[in-house]
Design a binder for this molecule. Structure first.
Ligand SMILES: Cc1cc2nc3c(=O)[nH]c(=O)nc-3n(C[C@H](O)[C@H](O)[C@H](O)COP(=O)(O)O)c2cc1C
Length: 336
């Protein structure tokens, strides 16, 4: 049995906070991070997170219950802050006494952090700037995830390496900071831990695990892809602020450009308000991702993937992926 002493020592704070063996989170991935992958990650000593995405409170209720049936270990729930029923979803997390809630997709709305803390849940947040991160952590958030633009899915404009240099020296001593985006090997995990990270979050590396329900064709597209194939979407209309999404290049990425033009035209015609226009774009992504992940339509669907996709070459059980990451991290720390 491998021990990974050095890595685990550096992960101790993060693991104690999560209640897991290692401070490796599998970031929530809409349609992918459901009961099977989440339970497999937690059972393997990592920390799984259910992607609520656009789920209704009823569906989330079922998913949490089903995940609990597959693991007795801690896992979290990722809620998108712009979800119109955010507070009902928090109510479902309260009902199940979910230990950790990740608030993603924007600044947590007033009262949301408090509502989670009220039932004893711990809150993880994202923040685009250091100033906002400090504000959120001082006003109740328990931990921060910094996510660079190398990541799959919705992304910000700054790379993980720059975010790490900016946020970790300023925050890591007093707060728990998890680093996400572009991590494909344990050497990189070791580096962020040495900089003070409490742990790491990976998505792309776990999306094609054996336990992931993603369609075999979705997985094949990942195995074939190189880093340069995972491109960020382009905003076509300055009036329609669209959060960029990193995904593998296909017909779907081109269709997204057309979709933006269509929604911009509706804005021009006064047929929709800005909020509605942005929601339509988000619904487009959710539908397109479902088409690729569940239906296996890798031509027209959205193959959200990070730049680390080039390091994903075969289907492997979650236990093997985590063991490899830990071994690589340990080797890197031992060589120093
Ligand atoms: C297919 C896919 C779907 C994702 N969906 C979500 C989501 O619903 N909510 C969220 O907060 N992050 C989402 N992410 C981001 C991941 O949680 C994670 O932070 C990211 O994948 C980490 O970077 P990496 O892909 O470079 O490992 C998604 C990522 C991928 C690849």
């Amino acid at each position: 049995m491998q021990v990974y002493d050095k890595t685990k020592a550096l992960m101790a704070r993060g693991a104690a906070f999560l209640g897991s063996e290692t401070a490796i989170l599998c970031g929530a991935m809409s349609w992918v991070s459901e009961r099977n992958l989440v339970a497999a990650i937690s059972n393997a000593g990592g920390f799984g997170v259910i992607a609520c995405g656009a789920m209704t409170p009823e569906l989330l209720d079922t998913e949490i219950g089903a995940t609990k049936a597959l693991t007795s270990r801690p896992f979290g729930v990722n809620l998108i802050t712009m979800h119109p029923q955010l507070f009902d979803l928090i109510g479902i997390c309260a009902k199940h006494k979910v230990g950790h809630v990740v608030l993603a997709g924007g600044i947590p709305p007033k009262g949301s952090v408090e509502a989670i803390k009220d039932f004893g849940g711990k809150v993880l947040v994202f923040a685009p700037t250091l100033a906002l991160a400090k504000k959120l952590l001082r006003s109740g958030a328990d931990a921060l995830v910094i996510e660079g633009m190398e990541a799959g899915g919705h992304i910000g404009p700054v790379s993980t390496s720059v975010l790490a240099q900016e946020f970790l020296p300023a925050l890591a001593e007093d707060f728990l900071v998890f680093v996400a985006g572009g991590i494909g090997r344990g050497d990189m995990i070791a580096a962020y831990l040495e900089m003070g990270a409490a742990g790491v979050q990976l998505g792309t590396r776990f999306a094609c695990a054996t336990e992931s329900i993603a369609h075999p064709d979705f997985k094949k597209a990942f195995f074939r892809a190189n880093a340069r194939d995972a491109i960020a979407s382009v905003q076509v209309d300055p009036r329609l602020p669209v959060i960029p999404v990193r995904a593998l290049k296909n017909k779907g990425t081109e269709e997204f450009t057309a979709k933006q033009r269509e929604v911009a035209q509706l804005l021009d015609d006064g047929a929709v308000e800005m909020g509605e226009a942005q929601l339509r774009i988000e619904h487009y992504w959710a539908g397109a991702l479902r088409r690729a992940v569940i239906d296996g339509d890798v031509e027209n669907g959205s193959l959200m993937a990070g730049q680390s996709v080039g390091m994903v070459t075969a289907e492997e059980p979650v236990t093997d992926i985590i063991a490899r990451l830990l071994a690589e991290s340990e080797a890197a720390l031992t060589a120093r």
